[in-house]
Design a protein around this ligand. Structure first.
Ligand SMILES: Cc1cc2nc3c(=O)[nH]c(=O)nc-3n(C[C@H](O)[C@H](O)[C@H](O)COP(=O)(O)OP(=O)(O)OC[C@H]3O[C@@H](n4cnc5c(N)ncnc54)[C@H](O)[C@@H]3O)c2cc1C
Length: 329
């Protein structure tokens, strides 16, 4: 499978080492005119020590990092000697980024770092990869259980590639903000002021956590379709529960919050009742929906509201036809 690639511009070194003077080392993330040191001093054992060198990429990323190179690089970036010894772990990495053009080629499916790599700033790689797996797992399971819709596997690239592209872009933006030198100081000052605005900080938090991912939907569907349903408190059969407690493995949930056509909805999903649980519920908070089909990964597959945006039972049936198709008895 082919990939879009972004060549490295920055070289990073990382080690788990004993610091000779843990109290004298610059603790935390420290900008310098040459790059950054990132040191977690531990006076009782090994310390995590890293440096980001903005002068250019590694000459050869495959050359094993030595304790001497780690010490020399960290000391050069810090501007003073940081003596260290007894390395337990040493590695080098960079801002090289890669994103596969397709997450699926026939029976081969990519997830995690096999599909996307980027500079680890913001700690987003693991979450991104886990969400790939969560997006794919239920679709694969239903496909293997005989549900014939091509959407089940064809939707994977369309749903997961855009969040990865966005993550790569935000790591590049973070690195641009970390560029040493006073030319970038006005940008950092502006960004610091922006971060104090609650809407900006919420937007960036949602982006880094991927909570605001919006999956593709057709323009005729409710605007809530394709959004992640937060873990709202609900009452089901007079007992308090919440959205996260509803899904059962490999099954979708039809959440009915007082839909006037509940019986017709149940009838419409008869061909899929083996994999869809119907859960009538009430919510204390007023919600802008009266029925919703919840995917096993927590995203809304179909939504109906009082304006009729989901087209009632016929809309539910059309959605399930797309998502799962019909099994031949
Ligand atoms: C310095 C650094 C710091 C990071 N910090 C964070 C962080 O704070 N938060 C965060 O979310 N992410 C972080 N990341 C990113 C995160 O580590 C990765 O995104 C994540 O580990 C990817 O997981 P993965 O399972 O997709 O791939 P990997 O972790 O690479 O796992 C793939 C596995 O497959 C094995 N394998 C490869 N080929 C074969 C084969 N042919 N047969 C069998 N097995 C094979 C490999 O040995 C490996 O164990 C960081 C990355 C780096 C480099």
């Amino acid at each position: 499978m082919t990939s879009e690639e972004h060549p490295p511009r920055t070289a990073a070194v990382l080690g788990l080492v004993e610091l000779d003077d843990p109290f004298g080392a610059p603790a935390g993330w420290t900008p310098t005119p040459r790059g950054w040191t990132v040191i977690g001093p531990n006076p009782y054992g090994p310390s995590r020590v890293a440096a980001f060198d903005f002068s250019g990429p590694h000459a050869d990323r495959r050359t094993p990092l030595t304790l001497e190179e780690l010490r020399a690089t960290v000391s050069r970036i810090a501007g003073r000697d940081i003596p260290m010894r007894d390395a337990r772990f040493l590695d080098r990495f960079s801002d090289y980024a890669r994103l596969t053009h397709t997450y699926r080629s026939g029976r081969v499916l990519l997830a995690g770092d096999a599909a996307h790599v980027h500079f680890p700033v913001g700690g987003q790689g693991l979450n991104l990869g886990i969400q790939d797996a969560v997006n794919l797992a239920w679709k694969l399971a239903l496909r293997l259980r005989g549900w014939p819709s091509p959407w089940l596997l064809d939707s994977y690239t369309a749903e997961r590639r855009p969040p990865a592209a966005r993550t790569i872009a935000n790591t590049q933006a973070q690195l641009a903000l970390m560029t040493p030198g006073d030319t970038h100081d006005p940008l950092r000052e502006l960004f610091t002021r922006l971060l104090r605005l609650p809407d900006v900080s919420r937007h960036l938090g949602d982006m880094i956590s991927d909570q605001d991912v919006r999956l593709p939907r057709s323009p005729t569907q409710s605007p809530l379709t394709g959004l992640f349903l937060p873990n709202l408190p609900l009452t089901v059969e007079r007992r308090p529960t919440s959205v996260a407690r509803l899904p059962r493995p490999g099954r979708l949930v039809l959440l009915v919050l007082g839909h006037e056509a509940e019986d017709a909805l149940r009838k419409a999903l008869a061909p899929w009742d083996e994999v869809v649980d119907v859960v009538p519920a009430t919510s204390e908070a007023p919600l802008p929906l009266c029925a919703a089909l919840l995917r096993p990964d927590g995203y809304l597959a179909w939504v109906d509201d009082e304006s009729g945006a989901g087209a009632g039972p016929a809309g539910l049936e059309a959605s399930l036809d797309t998502y799962l198709g019909r099994r031949v008895p």
